[in-house]
Design a protein around this ligand. Structure first.
Ligand SMILES: Nc1ncnc2c1ncn2[C@@H]1O[C@H](COP(=O)(O)OP(=O)(O)O)[C@@H](O)[C@H]1O
Ligand SMILES: [Mg+2]
Length: 244
């Protein structure tokens, strides 16, 4: 459903931020995309979503190549970017409608989903307020509501938990679980491995743009007996640093 094949990306002609990364997220899976700050997660997500063009390799969403078949690919995923500070002059509802118009979400379905998502995220009373008056967490929640109003098979979320209060984080985790359990695919990045541990079937860990681990949390723990996930994560990152 979400496929990356030998993706690489170079900033400024020389800095290789992503180096030959491949993965395949299947229907029904929630996959946590982990790695420390600067690991290359956002760059990968921007290539998957067509914001950046890969230097090498290709990406595919729901069978559509993100470069060659961009429109069909883009209809197949919802994307929550890492920065919620966009179009702050709009009210929350204006922003949601703007995004829902782009995706041509029918009005009945839109009303129902916006009402449900706003309720879940405690945003029902703030929808008419300009987003410049929102706190960071409220902006983040609004971006999530706007992205998920259009309900495509793949969800791609870049650090979606950042700034969320515990009840919003809980709601988002439930939504991701529900979405995956209906046969869809969810990919979300995080620099906090504990989030991925609880929620995901599979995790992908990268550092310096390179693949460090792909598989289940159990398999990772089996391979590093006696250590908790935080220690394993730090080991993986340091091991690679020495290796480079
Ligand atoms: N626009 C840019 N120009 C140059 N370097 C960048 C740019 N964006 C990101 N980088 C660098 O690429 C690397 C990966 O960044 P990023 O993909 O944002 O990582 P992550 O999302 O895992 O924190 C970092 O070293 C970062 O400094
Ligand atoms: Mg990032």
């Amino acid at each position: 459903m979400i496929k990356a094949e030998h993706l690489s990306f170079v900033y400024g002609g020389s800095f290789k931020a992503v180096d030959d990364l491949s993965f395949h997220i299947k229907k029904g899976q929630i996959v946590g995309f982990a790695g420390p700050n600067g690991a290359g997660k956002t760059t990968v997500i921007r290539m998957l979503t067509g914001v950046l063009k890969p230097a090498e390799g290709r990406a595919e969403i729901n069978g559509h190549d993100i470069v060659k078949d961009a429109l069909e690919a883009k209809k197949s995923f919802a994307y929550v970017a890492d920065n919620p500070d966009v179009l702050l002059q709009l009210s929350g509802l204006e922003y949601i409608n703007f995004i829902a118009d782009i995706y041509k979400v029918p009005s009945d379905e839109r009303k129902e989903r916006v009402a449900d998502l706003s309720e879940r995220f405690g945003m029902s009373d703030s929808l008419l307020t300009p987003m410049r008056e929102y706190s960071h967490g409220m902006r983040q929640k609004l971006m999530i509501i706007a992205a998920l109003t259009h309900n495509p098979p793949a969800w791609i979320l870049d650090e979606p938990m950042t700034g969320l209060d515990p009840s919003a984080a809980y709601e988002l985790k439930n939504l991701m679980r529900e979405h995956a359990s209906k046969g869809n695919a969810v990919l979300f990045s995080t620099h906090v491995l504990e989030v991925a541990e609880k929620l995901c079937d599979h995790i992908i860990i990268i550092n310096h743009g390179k693949d460090l681990y792909q598989g289940t949390v159990e398999k990772l723990e089996d391979e590093h007996k006696g250590k908790d996930l935080e220690e394993i994560f730090l080991d993986l990152i340091n091991y690679r640093k020495e290796d480079l």
